[in-house]
Design a protein around this ligand. Sequence first.
Ligand code: GLV
Length: 345
Amino acid sequence: MPDRPASGARPVVRRDDGRARVFLARPIPDQLMRRIAEVAHVEVHEGSDPPSARELAVRCRDVDGLLATSADRVDEALLEACPDLAVVSNLAVGYDNVDVPAMTRRGVPVGNTPGVLTEATADLAFALVLVTARRVVEARDAVLAGRWKGWDPGFMLGMELAGSTIGILGAGRIGQAVARRALAFQMGVLAWSRSGATALAPGLEAVERVGFDELFERSDVVSIHVSLAPETVHLVGARELALMKAGALLVNTARGPVVDQAALTDALRSGSLGGAGLDVVEVEPIPLDDPLLGLANCVVLPHVGSATTATRTAMASLAVDNLLAGLRGEVLPACVNPEVYTSAS
Ligand code: GLV
């Protein structure tokens, strides 16, 4: 018998032995894997690369639940191939890899992992602010290349953060956590958010809300924290980069396609932009012949914003909570399409 689902959501098909089937697109810590195995048959994609779209479709063919990551495309085609799929749990706060309207149309709730990765991601964003402002990677490369000839008052000069201004593009949870760090570094903080109305947390009274163009014009560092949506693709392009002060810095720990990477490469090459710190790029992993990798004023990291042991464990735990709730036909604790429970299936 199917479990009675939360209204509107697709029922979970039970197998003859009463256990659901789930596919994990990546391994998660053993203790969390065991929580799933208590109630369901579990299959896991092993290996260091994500599954191909074809492997995902084949291995999800008769599963009820999928635990995916932002590297997996979860779309209409996957739903076609996997008619029993009743819940998708995304091991990420972002869910641009999931065609949410398609999931909602089919009554499939989608979970994500908000909140638990805020501080780790803000730490990494601020690390990139420091690394680009103080040219840390360039300085290290200079040591390794034997270009450290002695203490030189003009060597590797960077930007002083105290007294500089950071612009937070997207003042949600992570943007606000970066703002807190910037205030502690005695920076002026400007913020812009798409909704315009996101309330700022206590302690952020010194943050000045500004218009979109003003943020680029007045900031010495712009740090990007908007989610990826059709409206934010190339939100930062040649026009916005041209608004920035000469020598200003850009940090992106959100999603690569928010920045027009060709325009960014031009701005870094010409020196109009002083530097960029990128944890995300348009194509991940970045091809090794990408011109950004040849620029001394650009630091590219492999999408590790949330990569601390504690945070990744907390994310996996919330993702398992979402998955198991979906299998029980209950409302997911962190659901990105709650309308699935009210719309007729
Ligand atoms: C990581 O990029 C996430 O969205 O959690």
